[in-house]
Design a protein around this ligand. Sequence first.
Ligand code: GUN
Length: 302
Amino acid sequence: MSATLINGSVIREEILSELRAETEKLKAEYGKVPGLVTILVGENPASMSYVTLKIKTAQSLGYNEVQDSRPPDMSEEDLLSLIDRYNKDDSINGILVQLPLPKHIDEKKVLNAIDPDKDVDGFHPVNVGRLMIGGDEVKFPPCTPAAIQEMIIRAGVETKGAEVVVVGRSNIVGKPIAIMMMQKGPGANATVTVVHTGSKNLDAHCLRADILIVAAGVPGLVKPEWIKPGACVIDVGVNRIGEKISKKTGKTIAILSGDVDFEPACERAGFITPVPGGVGPMTITMLMKNTLKSFKYSLGLL
Ligand code: GUN
């Protein structure tokens, strides 16, 4: 293997210790800590494990973490009034409603009900607009694209004038990372192409990329010969391709694969993120960063 691995777990620990230190400093100065509420409706096992991880991470940083779990038959009206209550609660800086929601609840209506200044997921249309404008307008960049950009920066990869190709056009990864990489500023200022299921010549586009960001949700979509030698490859795919028994716990666990054919890709890429252990561990970290940022806004520090 010749590519340098961009290790999400190592970068996560670096950022979490920065956030922990800043939280302690602000607590000593203002006697307050960031407040994050995680609202989980129902018992979707994947959502429960994501929320548990978010809660544990927030607690490890010294945040005030409010866990609000509700039954699967909670009405949309009740959820909207719960959000309204947290919107008005000054001790809460971030509101996270775990997705997906049960089918009888309109997800768009719920996300739009969150105060944009507490929307640490960055999903509210106001925050999508702020991201589009760029610069100081941006309050809460969405967590997965923010994680990708942070990893590129910390790996020391040059982005200014670089050819960035994004594979995938989802609202939570493809579209926002394309916007972020084209803006003026550090870790950006790139020339961006977005390709998707309607694109022709996927291989030729990928081959031009100095930085290739793949978020298509198709295991092994990107072949090693599509990678420009020395390119930086960010694999956002988390695909369950099977199951195995954990040697540690004896429990059944998922076998995960990215969107890039990893082993042979390592022979061509200059930098690469693994799956698991790449972008995944970083996403919750960026949620914590947004929550601290929201707290700092509330203190008038930003
Ligand atoms: N479900 C899966 N990923 C996410 C996320 O990033 N935010 C929220 N709110 N729900 C999710």
